[in-house]
Design a protein around this ligand. Structure first.
Ligand code: HEM
Ligand SMILES: [Cu+2]
Length: 631
């Protein structure tokens, strides 16, 4: 094939620094996906360690492991990190890892914007947590309720980092959402109509729409809070005509759609893993799509169920209770369809499927307790108790994180070319399953017994000691499971079995190309004739599922780069040019954010870097070369 510029770098020249440079400047969605992946893993481990510290303190009554001040910072930053640095980016992690391949595209619509999203995510996360180093982290809970978070109630610098960190992170989520929406709308392979898209792609498309509508509301709330803290406005101060409920409304108008931003990617993962391992097409594809659309719409009409106890009165409470209960219907449809997909299937209980089946089970437990506090009088009992802590961990850890584990065991081999170990995976699974339930199931009882959330200790007379001890033991069992997982990840990079193109007998297009895929994914863009495009193609050609990388009959022969065949046939493949500018732009934003806390000069410096980077961005050519596929 003809290479029109000499810019295609040969891997043989790679030194340590050239490799670092390649990662810093990469605009390849797969590499950005790997960067996202490891960053999220690190935040997950850190936030998990914070949870363990809290559990040490709560293991016994009247314990003195942590001071109350540190306990408050820990639950606040654990919750914030789990929501904004682990859960929210899950969509971007998996979108980058596999979405373009699933729709038969060579990359995302805007590769440099994609890199920018990642770098903003990295710097935003550091900014958010910088309070730990600057004298104390934020400490009023991940919900940041104003007035509590305004001065004089919270003077600490940790609050400033929290607010500014979240404002910066919002840009990352929104840029990523826009990029992937355009990618999904414009870059699907020929023949892939909307109703032939994998459900995972549908789930993410809906998530990204939710992000675009929900995050701006949070940003507005955060800016109000910032103005109250720094510039003397009184948005949340009743004595000055402000509104004490304004924050709660704005936060939850963002916050409830946010929980669907967290859980829909998990639904998407389940809808791919379950059919593959049940060897059946998904049951009720159309209803699955409609259910997700319904959940997304209804999700914007339920926010005040977080506020049943503030005194909205019976009409308000009734309306929000009703809309909340309605959401159970489409959610039930999805659970029913997953079960119906498994029904009668020849299920292979490999690690991805273990985690997927388990995610469905635990999500149902969390959904049922959610339905309980959808009723205002019941919520009045459960509000701010450990029952709520049990509920949202069942949804977020039991539903989301378990599904994410399924997705990692399933898809990471596509990117690294190496499988994770099944034995270690099963140990990880069982320790997590047992530890998780031991940790979070007893919390329902503690809540019913009256233990409030967000307390740093309790007296022995309360009688909560035994359950709390069990919970702490459970948490450490879960942690041991997580260590097995981390070990499995590192081990697979060196010693993992080669994955081959299609280790699971997959159904979607990413399994038709090599693992790891070439930079441009598809040498030839596939033509799609049905749902489960790759699976159908295999059935029609009677190709046996292949491990070991020798699947010669796929639509995409593997080697392409750099060989000059001199023919003019084939497709043109545009290779995007690596760029350092996204990193610099993100750095500029973070410096400006830091400046809003420390000094105006720093703001000016940050904005100067940002503007300079934007100008350079516009001037830089986006393409580094064009190659041709073989005819
Ligand atoms: C073994 C793993 C985990 C343990 C032991 C754990 C433990 C805890 C504890 C002890 C609290 C504080 C409860 C309180 O004092 O009110 C808490 C709060 C919280 N956790 Fe976890 N957690 C774990 C995993 C997760 C995961 C995976 C997520 C989400 C993806 C998550 C999200 C939250 C949130 C949002 C809060 C609320 C923070 C707040 O009240 O402001 N946790 N967790
Ligand atoms: Cu909600």
């Amino acid at each position: 094939m003809a290479v029109s510029t000499g810019a295609v770098r040969r891997p043989a020249e790679a030194t340590f620094w050239s490799t670092v440079w390649e990662w810093l400047t990469t605009v390849d969605h797969k590499r950005i996906g790997i960067l996202y992946f490891w960053t999220v893993i690190v935040w997950f481990l850190l936030a998990g360690a914070q949870a363990l510290l809290m559990r040490l303190q709560l293991a016994r009554p009247d314990a003195q492991v942590l001071t109350p001040a540190v306990y408050n910072q820990l639950y606040t930053m654990h919750g914030t990190a789990m929501v904004f640095l682990v859960g929210t980016p899950v969509a971007s992690v998996f979108a980058n890892m596999v979405l373009p391949m699933m729709i038969g595209a060579r990359d995302v619509a805007f590769p440099r914007l994609n890199a920018l999203s990642y770098w903003i995510f990295l710097f935003g996360g550091l900014l958010l947590n910088a309070g730990w180093l600057a004298g104390g982290a934020f400490d009023v809970g991940w919900t940041g309720y104003a007035n509590m978070s305004t001065r004089p109630f919270t003077e600490g610098i940790g609050a400033n980092f929290w607010v500014m960190g979240l404002i910066v992170l919002g840009f990352s989520s929104m840029a990523s959402a826009l990029n992937f929406l355009v990618t999904i709308i414009n870059m699907r392979a020929p023949g892939m109509t909307l109703m032939r898209m994998p459900l995972f792609v549908w789930a993410l498309a809906i998530v990204f729409i939710l992000v675009l509508f929900a995050f701006p509301v949070l940003t507005v709330a955060l800016i109000f809070l910032w103005f109250d803290r720094f510039y003397g406005t009184r948005f949340f101060d009743v004595s000055a005509g402000g509104n004490i409920f304004l924050w709660q409304h704005l936060f939850w108008i963002f916050g409830h759609p946010e929980v669907y931003i967290l859980i829909l990617p998990a639904f998407g993962i389940l809808s791919e893993v379950i059919p593959t391992f049940s060897r059946k097409p998904i049951f009720g594809y159309t209803t699955m799509v409609l259910a997700m659309v319904a959940i997304a719409f209804l999700g914007f009409s339920v926010w005040a169920h977080h506020m049943f106890t503030v005194g909205m009165g019976p009409v308000g409470n009734f309306a929000f209770s009703l809309s909340t209960m309605l959401i159970a219907i489409p959610t039930g449809v999805k659970v029913f369809n997953w079960l119906a997909t498994m029904w009668g299937g020849r299920i292979r209980w490999q690690t991805p499927m273990l985690f997927a089946g388990n995610a469905v089970l635990l999500f149902v437990v969390g959904g049922l307790s959610g339905m309980m506090h959808a009723s205002p009088p019941i919520d009045a009992q459960q509000h701010d108790s450990y029952f709520v802590v049990a509920h949202f961990h069942y949804v977020l850890f039991g539903g989301l994180v378990m599904a994410v584990f399924a997705g990692i065991y399933y898809w990471l081999p596509k990117l690294t070319g190496r499988l994770l170990d099944e034995g270690l995976g099963k140990v990880h699974f069982w320790l997590t399953f047992v530890g998780f339930n031991l940790t979070f199931f007893p919390m329902h009882f503690l809540g019913a017994l009256g233990m409030p959330r967000r307390i740093y200790t309790y007296p022995a007379e309360a009688g909560w000691g035994t359950l709390n001890l069990l919970i702490t033991i459970g948490a450490f069992i879960t942690a041991v499971g997580t260590l097995f997982f981390a070990y499995n990840l590192f081990r697979s990079l060196q010693k993992g079995q080669p994955a081959g193109n299609d280790p699971w007998d997959g159904r979607t297009l990413e399994w038709s190309i090599p693992s790891p895929p070439p930079e441009y994914n598809f040498e030839k863009i596939p033509v799609v004739h049905s749902r489960d495009a790759w699976w159908e193609e295999k059935r029609q050609r009677r190709i046996a599922p292949v491990g070991g990388g020798s699947n010669g009959h796929g639509p995409t022969p593997t080697h392409a780069q750099g060989h000059a065949h001199g023919t003019s046939g084939g497709e043109e493949i545009h290779l995007p040019k690596p760029s350092i500018i996204p990193l610099i732009l993100a750095l500029g934003l973070a410096v400006a954010g830091l400046g809003t806390i420390y000094s105006r000069a720093l703001i000016a410096l940050g904005l100067a870097i940002t503007v300079g980077a934007i100008v350079a961005w516009v001037l830089e050519p986006p393409i580094r070369g064009v190659i041709r596929s073989k005819e």
